[in-house]
Ligand binder design. Structure first.
Ligand code: ATP
Ligand code: MG
Length: 307
């Protein structure tokens, strides 16, 4: 049976207070029951837990896109994730969030999301393929991610899985937030959001150990912790809570995230950079800066680049 949803049903419980900016009232993305035959597959870009992402080209216009395909027989949790991702992607309209052009929901239950193609892959693959991140490059990267987070947080969306592998980049060094499979749309202002989802290596202390650190839990600051770790990792060239090459396990991560001092930059970096990382990686989530505060931090506001 087709999974086409009536637009009128797509309310998602997004009961935003009047003062807050809203997603566009109608979806910016169309949902269609047509097939993807207008597109020709060029190559496989990657496999996620839930499906496969292809580079495709539109046969008539020759425009290039990324097409994420999730099969109907994938497990129910994966299907829930893809629906969550669809709900957010079809409404998000920011240059710092990967653009979704169309969603295909086939009668057999397969789902395909047509997205803008990011020709340099993820920040993770970019780094592992020899990409070097200077302070200046990272200031530019950090500002773009923060612009994306500022947009999402203003719309009450917590990403919950910010990490280099979920940040796409193109050859112009434009960085966009992707992969909303475990994101959460907050329906109430103080909605708790500490279910165990996302990648635990990048989890904040209050998500990893809510009993000890979760008193002032608000969820948004968890994304800021993950951003701080991401920027630190890109600078250091390895995951900063572990020695280079060390495999993470739950106990080691628990010790490093919850019992240790927050990770910090090595000697030789600017005061602005060091302070920026400290503002992201405060173990007290209440003291962590917000996305909009960090956009005004001297580290982000000094260099000239894409706003
Ligand atoms: P998981 O499901 O575990 O989160 P994932 O994030 O790798 O895995 P996907 O979002 O399905 O899963 O993406 C798989 C890979 O496809 C990515 O790692 C990336 O290399 C590539 N990819 C995804 N979207 C795009 C895009 N819009 N442009 C270019 N490459 C993309
Ligand atoms: Mg992912």
């Amino acid at each position: 049976m087709a999974l086409v949803r009536d637009r009128g049903q797509l309310k998602l419980g997004l009961r935003l207070p009047e003062r807050r900016p809203r997603f566009p009232p109608t979806a910016t993305t169309t949902t269609t029951t047509t097939t993807t035959t207008e597109y020709e597959t060029v190559q496989v870009l990657g496999h996620g837990n839930g499906g496969t992402v292809y580079k495709v080209v539109h046969k008539k216009t020759l425009d290039v896109f990324a097409l994420k395909v999730v099969h109907a027989d994938s497990d129910p949790m994966m299907r829930r994730q893809i629906f969550r991702e669809m709900e957010i992607l079809r409404r998000a309209d920011s240059p710092f969030v990967v653009k979704c052009h169309e969603i295909f929901e086939k009668p057999d239950g397969d789902i395909a999301i047509l997205m803008e193609y990011m020709d340099a892959g993820t920040l993770d693959s970019f780094s592992k393929n020899g990409g070097v991140f200077t302070e200046q490059t990272l200031a530019n990267v950090a500002r773009q991610i923060l612009n994306g987070l500022n947009y999402l947080h203003a719309h009450k969306i917590i990403h919950r899985d910010i990490k280099p592998a979920n940040l796409l980049v193109n050859k112009n060094m434009e960085v966009k937030i992707a992969d909303f499979g475990v994101s959460k749309i907050m329906c109430r202002t103080l909605d708790a959001c500490n279910s165990y989802v996302g990648t635990c290596a990048y989890m904040s202390p209050e998500r990893f150990d809510p009993d000890s650190y979760g008193a002032n839990y608000n969820g948004y600051s968890g994304d800021i912790w993950s951003l701080g770790l991401t920027i630190l990792e890109l600078y250091m060239g390895h995951f900063p809570l572990l020695a280079s090459g060390q495999k993470p396990d739950w106990a080691t991560l628990m010790c490093a995230i919850c019992f240790g001092e927050p990770p910090s930059l090595p000697e030789g970096v600017s005061d602005e950079f060091r302070s920026f990382i400290e503002c992201c990686l405060d173990k007290d989530s209440g003291k962590r800066w917000t996305a909009s505060q960090l956009l005004s931090h001297p580290f982000c506001s000094s260099s000239s680049s894409r706003q």
